[in-house]
Design a protein around this ligand. Structure first.
Ligand SMILES: Cc1cc2nc3c(=O)[nH]c(=O)nc-3n(C[C@H](O)[C@H](O)[C@H](O)COP(=O)(O)OP(=O)(O)OC[C@H]3O[C@@H](n4cnc5c(N)ncnc54)[C@H](O)[C@@H]3O)c2cc1C
Length: 380
């Protein structure tokens, strides 16, 4: 049996779910995922932070245009708060002050802090380690699960069909129609959206497109209870601390429901897979945190890893493949796929259905050329 749609979206992480929800306003859309649950891969493993000052100018622009959506979502979208304010604090040791200056010049609205002021923001920082900081007051904790579930709900309300445990195994194109095979199911549509995260290169291969130099990179995170940090830290109220990130992104930590989430900010190239943490990366996370705080971690309570998938220029890839009719890329979300999802979903809808962007989202159109797949043509 072949089910017919206007658009088939492959991948029900935050990218595919948000785009599918927008597309379903005016089209018959199917959303496929190979896992039993949407969000099982990168989306369910993120640090859940909104960092307005993170990434290239393109990433920052699309993130900024997404901010209002998290703060004031459309009526009925979600009952819960999608973002809770939390500053981001970039810290530098004495040998990194130049990098801090560069960052301040590039993003002037960051607030410069002395070493003493920086350490006050997160009082476990070691004053002999920290030489200065920059504060970004536009940060926040994202409720990733609430955002994902709200998009999936909207998708279903608009008549979209979510199909889990459906791994796309083959694709063909004939007479302007794509046919996708997953097990005994066959789906057809004139437009396919490739939102397969770390597997986007594999989906492109099935479709006969080029892989556009996408590289999944593993990133690790650990959670520790404060009592693992000894007497000095265990009674501290950490709830208002910022996300503290090394200015060269060597590590970061942030409060997470009463615990501390720490990442070594690793970027290890990986094949697309169900990523698992390596002992060495956990040890690096612990070591870098200990150096910046002079505290000892006695035990790590929980650890995980996920894949952040980057294009070679670290900007998103959004747009129709110039060589394959009806094959749309929504890939390369890197370390910013949750915070930028509302903007990327709107852009996808505008490019596929011609939908008009609201005033808040319209700045995203300025980045169309910089995210277009065409930019990689001839560079392989
Ligand atoms: C440790 C860590 C921390 C992070 N922190 C942040 C952060 O603070 N803020 C932020 O914005 N971002 C963060 N990110 C990045 C963010 O998680 C990703 O950019 C985002 O989740 C990517 O979403 P996605 O939908 O493209 O990918 P995914 O969530 O991986 O979804 C892709 C989906 O495609 C499905 N799929 C693949 N192949 C097939 C197939 N053949 N058939 C059917 N389905 C298929 C998969 O099952 C998967 O569900 C972090 C990532 C990690 C790992």
């Amino acid at each position: 049996m072949t089910a017919e749609f206007d658009i088939v979206v492959v991948g029900a992480g935050i990218a595919g779910a948000s785009a599918a929800a927008e597309l379903a306003a005016d089209a018959r859309v199917a959303l496929l995922d190979m896992e039993a649950q949407p969000g099982f891969h990168a989306t369910g493993r993120s640090a859940a932070f909104f960092a307005a000052s993170y990434g290239s100018g393109v990433v920052r622009g699309i993130t900024a245009a997404s901010e209002h959506f998290f703060r004031k979502p459309p009526s009925g979208f979600s009952e819960v708060e999608l973002i809770r304010p939390r500053d981001a604090l970039f810290i530098a040791g004495a040998d990194q002050l130049g990098k801090l200056e560069e960052m301040k010049a590039e993003i002037p609205n960051l607030q410069k802090l002395s070493a003493e002021e920086t350490c006050k923001q997160a009082p476990i920082l070691d004053s002999s380690y920290v030489a200065g900081g920059l504060r970004d007051e536009l940060g926040g904790d994202l409720d990733v699960d609430a955002i994902l579930q709200a998009y999936l709900r909207l998708f279903k309300q608009r008549g979209g069909k979510l199909m889990c445990r459906q791994q796309v195994e083959a694709m063909g194109f004939k007479d302007g129609i794509w046919t996708l095979q997953s097990g005994s199911h066959s789906l057809s549509a004139p437009v396919v959206v490739n939102a397969a995260g770390a597997w986007a290169g594999g989906i492109a291969e099935l479709a006969g497109a080029s892989s556009l130099q996408l590289q999944p990179m593993k990133r690790t995170a650990v959670l520790i209870d404060l009592k693992q940090l000894g007497d000095k830290a265990q009674n501290m109220d950490i709830s208002g601390w910022p996300l503290v990130v090394d200015v060269d992104e060597q590590f970061y930590f942030k409060p997470d429901a009463g615990r501390l989430l720490i990442s070594p900010a690793d970027e290890t190239p990986s094949a697309a897979c169900d990523a698992q943490p390596d002992e060495i990366d956990i040890a690096i996370a612990v070591d870098r945190f200990q150096k910046a705080t002079s505290l000892n971690i006695e035990r790590v309570n929980h650890s995980w890893a996920g894949l952040r998938t980057f294009s070679s220029d670290r900007n998103f890839i959004v747009g129709f493949d110039p060589g394959l009719k009806g094959f749309f890329w929504l890939a390369g979300q890197g370390g910013y796929g949750v915070q930028s999802a509302p903007g990327l979903a709107q852009l996808t809808n505008a490019m596929i259905t011609g939908a008009t962007l609201t005033r808040e989202f319209s700045p995203i159109l300025n980045y169309e050329a910089e995210v277009a797949p065409e930019r990689f043509l001839g560079k392989e």
